[in-house]
Design a protein around this ligand. Structure first.
Ligand code: AKB
Length: 314
């Protein structure tokens, strides 16, 4: 069935690939991309685009009314590393944009909302391995605090007002088509570019910093599958843990070395190390598997293979 969809933050790392996937699935004309700046030529040429600030309620409402939007994917956010530099701007963007879409749904102007949370909702006192769905959280970063607050508000709007909001806690995302911006897990994308251009890379995280990661195709499939799940199957309306693989820089480097034998890695941890130290090493995503059938398809070897092959052919 044709659906009318709006993506806020469509030009970012996830937004770009999500827009293309949804256009493929639902038809170009029914997926409106929007952002505060224009995106790649492929995205701009493939369907409708609106310049839109996710913190501007009226502007979003006008677009929603104009295109008779039913579903909104809110992908605009300031990520962990940048948010530490601009705490108030991060809070303003990450929270006000969420309230805007939750209120549109509460007022029945849209039917369904997707909002991304993150492994950043966890903190230094959280169990690090196979972090459970429900556990001690206490995030200690600006980004993590905004994501945890957002989760609480999502659950509140669902319980109090019946808002159909769905969310996953994304791990670090790896893609060859789009670059991340301002995250703590960005090294896992930069390393592939540098391995091909310079045969060496200096990691801003230590060799032993193990974090949950995911290849972008898995993240897009998870997002779309969750949005298509029957509402009565969804027991979690804050945000689902979502896992695929976990590795430290030294393990990723070893995998790249199998393809590029003279690749070298160096370590110069910076302020992002402190953020990474508070995040899980791996997550238990069994609730996502039980409720809506989540299963990842990409492990470290497969991700490395596709990243290097695709970037080489670019
Ligand atoms: C970041 O590093 O800030 C993001 C995230 C894990 O949410 N990639």
């Amino acid at each position: 069935m044709q659906k009318s969809i709006l993506i806020l933050g469509a030009c970012g790392q996830i937004g770009t690939e999500l827009t293309m996937a949804l256009r493929e699935k639902h038809g170009s004309g029914s997926v409106v991309a929007s952002d505060i700046r224009e995106g790649s030529k492929t995205l701009m040429d493939s369907g409708p685009f609106e310049l839109l600030d996710a913190t501007d309620y009226e502007a979003i409402e006008n677009v929603v009314m104009h295109y008779e939007i039913e579903e909104v994917y809110l992908m605009a956010a300031m990520l962990s590393a940048t948010a530490e530099k601009f705490p108030m701007r991060a809070w303003n963007l990450n929270m006000n944009s969420l309230f805007n879409v939750l209120n549109l749904a509460k007022d029945k102007k849209i039917d369904k909302v997707f909002w991304p949370s993150s492994i950043a909702v966890f903190g230094p006192n959280t169990p690090k391995d196979e972090t459970p769905q429900h556990t001690m959280m206490e995030p200690s970063t600006v980004y993590g605090i905004s994501k945890q607050s957002g989760e609480r508000w999502c659950e509140y709007y669902h319980k109090k007002y019946g808002v159909d909001v769905r969310s996953v806690r994304y791990p670090g995302l790896i893609s060859w088509k789009t670059q991340p911006g301002g995250g703590t897990t960005d090294y896992a994308v930069e390393i592939f570019h540098k391995a091909l251009s310079d045969k060496k890379y200096t990691s801003f995280l230590t060799e032993w910093t193990k974090l949950p990661m995911m290849y972008m195709d898995d993240a897009i499939r998870a997002t779309i599958n969750l949005m298509e799940a029957e509402p009565e199957h969804l027991q979690i309306r804050s945000s689902y843990n979502l896992g695929a693989m976990s590795f430290a820089p030294r393990e990723l480097a070893a995998c790249i070395k199998e393809h590029i034998p003279d690749f070298e890695i160096f370590y110069a941890p910076d302020f992002r190390q402190e953020i990474a130290n508070t995040w899980p090493a791996s997550v238990d995503d069994s609730k996502a598997s039980q409720d809506w059938g989540w299963e990842p398809a990409f492990d470290l070897e497969k991700t490395t293979d596709v990243m290097l092959k695709s970037l080489k052919g670019k």
